[in-house]
Design a protein around this ligand. Structure first.
Ligand code: UDP
Ligand code: MG
Length: 344
């Protein structure tokens, strides 16, 4: 007797086909078949491009997973772009994004995220200070169930006083403020599962804060010790002034983490404190008038009282404006204030 297909078998078959199609990304043509995307922002790194590409090919070429390497040329003024295009002729894994001008490391990394097709995304510096040989260990950590693995340059090879000390202080401050303890937020060598960076928007110098942002959204994060090497060619694009930028970004991100969906609690809270101080000053002015017969109009406390009241009204109004703003932000784009990991 030949094989016969009952109705249930047919629908089972159809479901199977649909699943296959989905897996082949036919239903999602923007998506490529790619396992690993390595994202490297470069600014004036002409001498590092070739050796870095060689190192990456050596590691990932024999790793057995499909990969792409995306270089983002961040407005270099040397021969970085020429080096990249020269290598591209013989390197099918290479993609080059050439930005209009120098935007900075965070926008360059964002451009890479937007272009990456891999299920696993790795970011690293283009100055050869990070070691591509660490990539397999980072991926193994992801495979063991983590969503984000952050590199830790335990033996950092940078100037001790100018770079290492400020960085240790900054890492301590960031860990304490954001309540996500990591030893090395500044290490660009990190590995992400695609979901972590999906819909992520970064501004300023914020690429270093991705682990904290991801952690607040419920991602499982960890860190892994990685190799760090001294810079051989080119020079760092940063100095001490980056510390101030990072501090300001930290302030902003600490505010956003706590109050981005409830700004009235921040501004309203400060408004209430200011209003209470105004009321106390008022009581003091009245007490001084009635008991000590101090002239009210000549009492500077009265001016302080008016100032506190005005500031209080301003702050609470800002809180209301903030509340209207976040409603516009979430409702106009159908964004939710929660994040679902899975629906079972
Ligand atoms: N970089 C960039 N845009 C910039 C500055 C730096 O894309 O405006 C790149 C740079 O080429 C390197 C990475 O960001 O690949 C890290 O920069 P750098 O080595 O200067 O920073 P450091 O390692 O000293 O913190
Ligand atoms: Mg560097």
């Amino acid at each position: 007797m030949g094989p016969c297909l009952r109705r249930n078998d047919v629908s089972g078959y159809l479901a199977f086909l649909v699943n296959i199609c989905y897996a082949l990304s036919v239903l999602n043509p923007g998506r490529h078949f790619m396992e690993i995307s390595v994202i490297i922002p470069v600014y004036n790194e002409e001498k590092n491009i070739r050796p870095l590409c060689d190192e990456i090919s050596e590691v990932l070429g024999k790793y057995g997973r499909s990969y792409e390497v995306i270089f983002i040329n961040d407005g270099s003024t040397d021969n970085t772009l020429q080096e990249l295009t020269g290598i591209k002729q013989s390197a099918p894994h290479l993609k080059i994004i050439d930005l209009n001008r120098n935007f900075g490391q965070t926008p360059a990394i964002m451009a890479g995220f937007d272009m990456a097709g891999g299920d696993i995304v790795i970011t690293m510096d283009g100055d050869m200070q990070n070691d591509p040989r660490d990539i397999p260990a980072l991926i193994e950590k992801l495979d063991s169930g983590f969503d984000l693995v952050s590199g830790w340059r335990r033996k950092r090879k940078d100037a001790f006083l100018r770079r290492v000390v400020p960085s240790r202080l900054a890492n301590w401050l960031i860990s304490v403020t954001l309540k996500v303890p990591l030893h090395d937020y500044g290490c660009t060598l990190k590995a992400y599962k695609r979901d972590v960076i999906k819909n992520l928007r970064l501004y300023g110098e914020m690429h270093r804060f991705i682990p904290a942002i991801a952690c607040w959204k419920g991602a499982r994060i960890t860190e892994l010790e990685v190799n760090h090497r001294p810079r051989q060619y080119g020079k760092t694009g940063y100095g001490l002034n980056r510390t101030i930028k990072v501090l300001l970004d930290l302030l902003l991100i600490a505010f956003l983490s706590e109050y981005s969906t409830k700004p009235i609690r921040f501004f309203g809270g400060m408004g209430i404190i200011s209003g209470s101080l105004g009321f106390l000053s008022f009581l003091l002015v009245v007490y001084m008038k009635l008991v000590k017969h101090t002239d009210m109009s000549g009492n500077p406390l009265l001016i302080l009282c008016v100032l506190f009241f005005l500031v209080s009204v301003q702050l609470i109004s800002m809180g209301f404006l903030g509340e209207i703003n976040i409603r516009t932000y979430y409702e106009s784009q159908n964004k939710t204030i929660y994040h679902i990991r899975d629906i079972l």
